[in-house]
Write a protein that binds this ligand. Structure first.
Ligand SMILES: Nc1ncnc2c1ncn2[C@@H]1O[C@H](COP(=O)(O)OP(=O)(O)OP(=O)(O)O)[C@@H](O)[C@H]1O
Ligand SMILES: [Mg+2]
Length: 453
């Protein structure tokens, strides 16, 4: 561990020297400054772990130094030194963010204890700041702290260092490609390429040559040699999206390449060694795809060494609002708008909606909401109509999906909101009659309308 360094600030050279001797003996590196201004200069050019400062000094005193540091968001721990009998000024300094004070004349043990405490505090603050940043940025670009997603993060960390094939399963827009990239980036292959190919978007004849490459004259139009995605991904990762849309013959060829770790370009019989990790994705259930003859069983077993099943957004509703805010901020930045907040009823709708298009649908909707609202506050009128109807997926229509997924408060609020809406519709917007129908006072109906609408 490198030496921790401490800046001693005092206008009296003797005091600085005394502290220097003590601190050097304790094993710290010591820098000196004669007043606050000197200290600020020293801090600008040296990495310092702790400041010990006198209070009364010419030019810039201890309190002013402390205030300047905190105004600059410099959270370096500061210990103030005070003479016996002037402890109040030290307590003052604590209000401005000093972490401790020591009283002159010093007891060496007291100095050592205070220094150790302050350095520990500084470390914790640094770590907290780092963790806070991590949470804000999300884990490897992922937003969402639901337990379902935590499990996904753990799985990514488990499988990344290995060479095994991975099959990612999940509905459209759940983040399959994001997971594939995260596995690549966390793997020893991160320096080589992550090559992605969408099997559904490319016709079979072309897919084969895209994957394996071809030699000159292999087919009409092949007027020069071309390497395929497999070779391109050598040393790295090949992501085969929508694997079940790949032609059966190509699946057989893929399996052979995976087993033998070699390939021949189309129209060539030169064998080329490839070292590629394959990650495949599908929005179908692979076992059903085998039954439907969309996926070869032998290939499935080869790829399915490790499976990641991404949960749909409606099964992790806690992630909806953090994701919404993240996308709102992202798109607000693009348009140079200033995003503030989501109004409570709009937030309620977002949480209740079934999200058939998952995270991608949420992102698109938030981009649109930013455009419609001009940034600032997102309200219900900035959301599309279908979300307001709270469309439940058909298999769950007998019981409201929200009732199972969202927290109790959200569920109660949603139900309340809906009943009020119905009562108002039935009574032609007559608040007094609606209140009667709901068996609540008119006053509390007003209150709820204000809250929800
Ligand atoms: N947890 C998440 N945090 C942040 N962004 C996410 C998250 N999940 C998905 N996204 C974003 O949502 C979009 C859709 O994700 P992605 O393309 O990975 O989904 P997919 O499952 O591959 O979808 P499809 O099946 O339609 O190809 C991307 O822009 C991705 O960055
Ligand atoms: Mg995808």
């Amino acid at each position: 561990m490198p030496l921790q360094s401490i800046l001693v600030v005092d206008d009296e050279a003797k005091m600085r020297r005394l502290l220097e001797i003590m601190l050097t003996q304790m094993g710290y590196e010591v820098l000196q400054a004669a007043d606050g201004l000197d200290a600020i200069e020293a801090l600008a050019s040296h990495a310092v772990d702790l400041v010990i400062t006198d209070l009364r000094m010419p030019r810039l005193d201890g309190i002013s130094l402390l205030r300047q540091l905190r105004e600059q968001h410099n959270e370096i721990p500061v210990i103030v030194v005070t003479a016996y009998g002037t402890v109040e000024s030290a307590v003052d300094a604590m209000k401005y963010g000093a972490s401790d004070y020591i009283v002159r004349p010093f007891e060496i043990d007291a100095v050592e204890a205070a220094v150790q405490r302050a350095l520990r505090l500084g470390k914790v603050q640094r770590e907290n700041r780092y963790l806070r940043q991590e949470v804000e940025q999300g884990w490897r670009g992922f937003i969402g702290t639901s337990s379902a997603m935590q499990q996904i993060y753990t799985q990514i960390e488990q499988v990344a260092p290995t060479k095994t094939g991975v099959l990612i399963q999940g509905e459209t827009g759940t983040g399959k490609e994001l997971v594939a990239r995260a596995i690549h980036n966390a793997s020893p292959r991160a320096q080589a390429l992550f090559v992605s190919i969408n099997c559904a978007a490319i016709p079979s004849e072309i897919l084969e040559s895209e994957l394996f490459g071809y030699s000159k004259g292999a087919f009409t139009g092949a007027n020069k040699e071309r390497i395929g995605k497999f070779e391109l991904a050598d040393g790295g990762t090949l992501f085969l999206d929508e694997i079940t849309e790949m032609d059966f013959n190509i699946q057989a060829k893929l399996l052979r390449v995976l087993q033998e770790r070699t390939l021949e370009r189309l129209g060539s019989n030169r064998t080329i060694a490839v070292d590629v990790r394959v990650i495949a994705a599908s929005n179908r259930n692979p076992r059903q795809a085998i039954i439907d003859q969309k996926l070869r069983e032998d290939l499935f077993y080869r790829l399915n060494v490790f499976t990641v099943v991404l949960p749909p957004l409606r099964e992790r509703r806690d992630d909806i609002l953090p994701l919404a805010r993240y996308f709102l901020e992202k798109h607000a930045r693009e348009f140079a708008y200033e995003f503030n907040d989501i109004e409570a009823d709009a937030a309620l709708c977002l949480t209740a909606y079934a999200w058939p298009g998952n995270v991608r649908e949420l992102e698109n909707m938030m981009e649109r909401a930013i455009v419609l609202s001009g940034g600032k506050t997102i309200a219900i009128e900035h959301l599309p109509c279908d979300i307001l109807e709270d469309k439940a997926p058909p298999q769950q229509s007998s019981c409201d999906p929200v009732i199972h997924a969202a927290g109790l408060n959200t569920q109660v609020e949603l139900l309340e909101r809906r009943l009020i809406q119905e009562a108002l519709a039935k009574t032609g917007d007559n608040k007094a009659k609606a209140a009667q129908l709901l068996e609540i006072s008119e006053r509390s109906l007003w209150y709820k309308i204000k809250k929800y609408f």
